[in-house]
Write a protein that binds this ligand. Structure first.
Ligand code: IFM
Length: 722
């Protein structure tokens, strides 16, 4: 089995949407869905841009899809040849993880269409494809290609005022509706067989029509280069798009592909995990790392990754806690520069978090639950639509999921702990921690009778239980954030003794420091040895029924299980790892026995309705030496995008796409769970817990700037310079 390529043979129209995710190519600047060359809006063909958002009227704000410059449709004997409309005799679609390419090979009556495409890792604004069209019979043929503006949008349209140029390089320049951001897409074509072409502007784009008399048995090659620039990354997007297309075409497909593959080569050297013993698992793990690296913002200094990557506008293209808790670990251990890029996004969006806290009457930084550019909160008060009444349902993710600030502060601290690098804290991370601590200070209630500090009316990671009191996870995150605010002084004491003092002064934080010091012991939760941790006050009093019982109460498979009248809300059935996520993130607070006791309690009560759930259970099962219990969760996590799994609906809202958090989770299970890797204070420790299905794991990690390779087998482990 080739663990670096995933191929699907045969064509099933029902798979078109999922395949758009499975076969995506991307480079962090944009994602190109895994659709056919000749497909359009209906099959959700899309070029998804990172970090460019737009709102159309009162609809949800979401990222902008660019016009499609790789569109290509063949007409033979006057009839279009298109998958879905023309019955193929054979069809296959492949994504090559190592090379970062997508290819298709389709035999239609009379003609075979093969194509390959990539989103250049070497030049983030460039998409290229090469078509090879082989005719079994001669005839009049025409290839229609160009820049298509009739594109998939969920809450669009987002691009207006298209101006086209039908010169040798086709061009479409538009502006977004809300902020007027220019978006330019150009396309150049090299038609190797020296044919003539006509160009035309229509109401769906600008096209070239390449007419030729096809000879039987002959293959015709066409190379397309498309460049995408926006006003956010270039002062003259149109000019840059034009010149990049020309340059790419002059260099040629092979040469551009080589440069692209060389970058992928480097990426794999940094992070590939060689898993021996189970090829399907190895393939799934490669797929996970492929998807994650395809959307990592290598082109930017400060940008994070949306919850559905660059696979579409689902979840409003927003950045969630997924970034800090599920994606950050793989990057900080393998490509720390990327971890920094993700966290710089939080430094730069601090003003948005300060505004949000203020909006709710609090101080400090309350980060957006669904963060868009500049920290704009994308989460609405009505985030789900009821499947029965079709009415919007008041959800509280935006206002009550306050653990988000602590999650972000946690990642800043982990960055420092793992890398020993103080620069990120100095460049704004310390301020983020202080402002998050200040937020919790203003959000905490102090009980007059018990003297205990409480965080009331919150939502923890388990979103099926809204507006609960003292979520163990949330209280611990808040306490950890406060602890780190207090610890900053010590951390900088040796290398930059004045830094924290001046920051405290700048933020007028002296009094808050004292308040935090006094509050912390009253807020910090305690977890008795061997005891069950109650997810929130009163959780154990909720109806204790089985998952199957709750499933049995569901009337519509799309209905949402949370909110007031959701089927899970009044039961102990939870959506995703919550107490177990707490145990995974704070290993020092729980003995192995305590983890096991809680795992055995919560796992059967967890629906795993979020793709963020299974990996936390797998990680913690390794803690108490049960890789057999971890295995199923590992497979589920790692193969989520290949299997097309995960939930596709929350109420009536489509939530499908790729699953970066699970992709990151798969790496975490392999490296931090099965290999038991831990880096702290410049020291690396391993506590392997290999499942029987795996013979060995071998992977690189970066330790204080040096790449080393870890090998773990059932007989032991070794660490060497890589
Ligand atoms: O961040 C998650 C959340 O925990 C569960 N719902 C989906 C979000 C995005 O992945």
């Amino acid at each position: 089995m080739d663990v670096w390529r995933y191929t699907q043979s045969g064509f099933n129209e029902q798979d078109a949407v999922t395949n758009g995710n499975r076969f995506l190519v991307g480079n962090g600047f944009m994602g190109y869905r895994g659709t056919m060359d000749e497909w359009g809006r209906e099959q959700l063909a899309a070029v998804c841009l990172a970090g460019v958002y737009d709102q159309n009227g009162g609809k949800w704000r979401e990222p902008v899809n660019a016009p499609n410059g790789l569109f290509a449709e063949l007409t033979l004997h006057g009839k279009p040849v298109a998958l879905g409309r023309t019955e193929p005799s054979e069809h296959s679609q492949t994504v090559d993880f190592r090379r970062g390419t997508h290819s298709r090979d389709t035999r239609f009556p009379g003609v075979r269409i093969q194509s390959e495409r990539f989103a250049s890792m070497a030049r983030p604004h460039l998409l290229m494809s090469r078509l090879a069209i082989t005719f079994y019979e001669g005839g009049d043929a025409e290839l229609k290609t160009g820049v298509v503006t009739d594109i998939w949008d969920i809450n669009g349209p987002h691009l207006f005022g298209h101006t086209f140029n039908d010169g040798r390089v086709l061009m479409c320049e538009s502006r977004t509706g809300e902020l007027g951001i220019p978006v330019a897409v150009a396309q150049a074509a090299d038609c190797g067989f020296g044919c003539g072409e006509k160009r035309k502007i229509t109401d769906t784009g600008v096209y070239r029509f390449i007419r030729f008399r096809a000879e039987a048995g002959k293959t015709y090659y066409v190379t397309l280069a498309s460049a995408v620039f926006t006003g956010m990354d270039d002062p003259d997007p149109g000019e840059s798009a034009l010149s990049l297309c020309e340059k790419a075409l002059a260099e040629g497909y092979e040469s551009c592909l080589k440069a692209h593959e060389a970058v992928w080569d480097g990426i794999w050297q940094d992070c590939a995990v060689e898993l021996r013993g189970d090829d399907s698992a190895a393939l799934a793990l490669n797929a996970s790392l492929y998807h994650l690296n395809s959307i990592a913002p290598r082109h930017a200094e400060s940008l994070s990754i949306p919850a559905r990557g660059l696979s579409g506008q689902t979840y409003k293209g927003a950045v969630f806690w997924d970034s800090e808790i599920f994606l950050f670990p793989v990057f900080v251990h393998t490509q720390p520069e990327l971890a920094k890029t993700l966290l710089r996004y939080r430094i730069d969006t601090l003003p948005g978090a300060l505004r949000k806290a203020d909006e709710y009457g609090f101080r400090g930084a309350f980060y957006a639950w669904e963060s868009q550019e500049g920290g704009v909160e994308g989460c609405t008060d009505y985030n789900v639509t009821d499947v029965f009444t079709h009415r919007p349902v008041r959800t509280y993710f935006r206002d009550k999921q306050i653990h988000i600030s602590g999650d972000i502060a946690y990642a800043f601290w982990r960055y420092y702990e793992i890398t020993g690098d103080l620069s990120l804290l100095k460049q704004g991370g310390a301020e983020v921690i202080l402002q998050c601590a200040r937020f919790y200070l203003s959000r905490t209630h102090l009980r007059a009778d018990t003297g205990k500090a409480e965080l009331l009316d919150v939502i923890g990671p388990d979103e099926y239980h809204e507006r609960v009191n003292n979520s163990a996870f949330t209280n611990q995150m808040a306490a950890h954030c406060m602890e780190n605010a207090l610890a900053l002084g010590d951390v900088f004491a040796e290398h930059d003794p004045d830094f924290v003092g001046s920051l405290i002064k700048k933020l007028d934080f002296e009094q808050d420091m004292e308040l935090i010091r006094a509050l912390l012991p009253k807020l910090r939760p305690t977890f008795p040895e061997g005891g069950l941790v109650e997810q929130f006050d009163g959780y154990f009093k909720l109806e204790d029924c089985t998952l199957e019982e709750v499933r049995g109460r569901v009337l519509d498979e799309r209905e949402y299980w949370g909110t007031n009248h959701g089927v899970a809300a009044h039961t102990q059935i939870i959506k995703q790892a919550d107490v177990i996520a707490l145990a995974a993130l704070f290993p020092a607070l729980f003995s192995d026995e305590t983890v096991e006791r809680n795992w055995r309690y919560y796992e059967p009560r967890t629906e795993h309705g979020s793709s963020l759930s299974a990996c936390m259970y797998a990680l913690t099962a390794c803690r108490f030496g049960r890789p057999d219990l971890a295995w199923e969760h590992f497979i589920k996590t790692a193969s989520i995008d290949l299997a097309g799994g995960g939930k596709h609906w929350a109420g009536e809202i489509y939530i499908g796409g790729t699953h970066p958090a699970a992709n990151g989770g798969a790496w975490m299970i392999a490296a931090l769970g099965f290999a038991g890797l831990e880096i702290r204070g410049g020291e690396l420790t391993l506590r392997p817990c290999l499942p029987k299905q795996i013979q060995s794991l071998r992977f690189p990690v970066t330790l204080r700037g040096k790449r080393i390779r870890v090998t773990v087998t059932h007989d032991g482990f070794s660490v060497e310079d890589a």
